[in-house]
Design a protein around this ligand. Structure first.
Ligand code: 5GP
Length: 194
């Protein structure tokens, strides 16, 4: 998605440890007009997939998911990061290793909000090593819902997540795929996609 790539080039900051900071439009301040274009693009790619619900993970997936949901006209469910030792039987659970914070945490989704009849679009801001998506898929598996695919705003194609998730047979649509980035000179190279 050209508009997004241009914005990443203009405002993205490459940090050490393969981290891309996009706080000025995605992760802290939110460019709502850009999010609308992102939502339209996800609809273009996943229209006709009978999606009835969008699933994401708190916190940074929620904004993207809500604006995208307006185009699909479906509700959003977000997995919560479990901060207590919540032993409730009313939730599905998954484990996620945080790439940016280098720690593990549990995610939970209330059983009432994921049903076997659901056809899901899973959305997230970044795809790096794939742990967030794997945790969400763990939750979805327990619910019996089906997955039409995943929509990612920025995939770091030089990390293993995209290949790992696609190898499971899951469709992954990433609006910008970064093939390489260099913290020393700030250059970002995008994969050419059709
Ligand atoms: P994964 O689970 O695929 O390794 O990482 C995806 C999650 O980590 C995303 O939900 C995102 O919040 C965070 N993340 C991974 N890489 C980056 C990055 O380069 N920049 C930012 N801002 N977040 C990232």
């Amino acid at each position: 998605m050209q508009l997004l790539e241009e914005r990443i080039r203009k405002d993205g900051v490459v940090r050490e440890g393969n981290v891309l900071k996009v706080d000025s439009f995605l992760n802290h301040q939110i460019d709502v007009s850009l999010f609308q274009e992102i939502g339209r693009e996800f609809l273009r790619r996943y229209d006709a997939c009978s999606i009835n619900k969008i699933l994401t993970i708190e916190a940074s997936g929620i904004g993207i998911a809500c604006i995208t949901a307006q185009y699909f006209q479906v509700p959003v469910v977000f997995a919560k990061k479990n901060k207590t030792s919540n032993l409730s039987a009313d939730v599905y659970r998954g484990r996620v290793h945080s790439f940016t914070h280098n720690r593990d945490y549990e995610i939970v989704v209330g059983r009432d909000f994921l049903l076997p009849s659901d056809r899901l679009l899973i959305l997230d801001d970044f795809l790096a090593n794939g742990s967030a998506l794997e945790g969400l898929l763990e939750v979805v598996d327990q619910s019996g819902a089906s997955v039409a695919g995943a929509g990612i705003v920025i995939e770091k194609g030089f990390q293993e997540g995209g290949a790992k998730i696609r190898a499971r047979g899951i469709r992954v649509e990433s609006l910008a795929i970064i093939d390489s980035m260099d913290e020393k000179n700030g250059t970002i190279c995008f994969r050419t996609t059709s």
